[in-house]
Design a protein around this ligand. Sequence first.
Ligand code: SAM
Ligand code: SF4
Length: 330
Amino acid sequence: MIDPFGRTITYLRVSVTDRCDFRCVYCMAEEMTFLPKSELLTLEELDRVCSAFVRLGVRKLRLTGGEPLVRRDIMTLFRSLGRHLATGALDELTLTTNGSQLARYAAQLRECGVGRINVSLDTLDPAKFTEITRRGRLDVVLEGLKAAKAAGLAVKVNTVALRGVNEDEFDDLVAWTGEQGFDLVFIEVMPMGDIGGENRLEQYLPLSLVRARLQRRWTLEETDYRTGGPARYVNVRETGRRLGFITPLTHNFCESCNRVRMTCTGTLYMCLGQEDAADLRTPLRQSEGDAALEAAIREAIDRKPKGHDFIIDRRHNRPSVSRHMSVTGG
Ligand code: SAM
Ligand code: SF4
């Protein structure tokens, strides 16, 4: 699949549920209305759509959410998608998780062929962790990370940089992830979805500043390592680990975008930062064959926009797109 700007689409991210056991302050409001379960694609339908994408050239699948590991029987989907790894049709099956259920699932994920996972962790301070997630517990996530390591999963930690909240911990996070053998990626807050009383302008911390501060303590060596994603990586000489920066607001990374995202209701978003979308649920349910579905996917890729235009400043202190990250899948 090649889009109108010559980019080959090889990566699909699927939000398998909009629900979550956390309510992170930058992601959700305290009170959220979730979709009725009847609107969700079933696990079999999710498998069918993902498999259609694999036939059309997708080489990497990431399940995300909401929290993917709170969807009931989600291991059934991982297990069935794992067959595409076995045949060589898929290079990678992975997930992004808040880690709360990892202690239970890490070994099973490894058995399904998952090799690397992204775990979101913004702080190493238990009280702050509960404050940011509004209901999570740091010790549970740390147990999950231990289980992931024991299962042989490679871990990349995602940390959202939050002004005045975790900015005093970045050196500690680099040191700790280094000791654990995890890579670390910092993310800028993106203006997605209403988050209740929280103020994005107050949360926003440009990563250019974070990087400049880290350089006082760490030797950051340039590398041309790329994952095809938005992160720019350096090597931290002292820890020997990679450190990434995702800067949707200060740098645009759209020219190399190879991905599309689907919600748990079968809506395909061709860009995280744009509203245009394609309905895949209707063609999926229209017939048992996949011809209509594949046609709808191709037609959607033909409409993939050139890029997004997120901005946060005083005049734009509103979401650029109304849907939450948990809907499209981070
Ligand atoms: N629940 C899982 C988790 O937290 O890893 C997966 C879904 S979550 C939406 C995926 C990633 O998006 C997380 O790393 C989270 O920190 C990030 N995220 C959520 N809302 C964001 C926002 N407004 N700006 C930047 N990153 C955000
Ligand atoms: Fe849940 Fe992930 Fe959003 Fe936090 S960032 S509320 S863990 S979906």
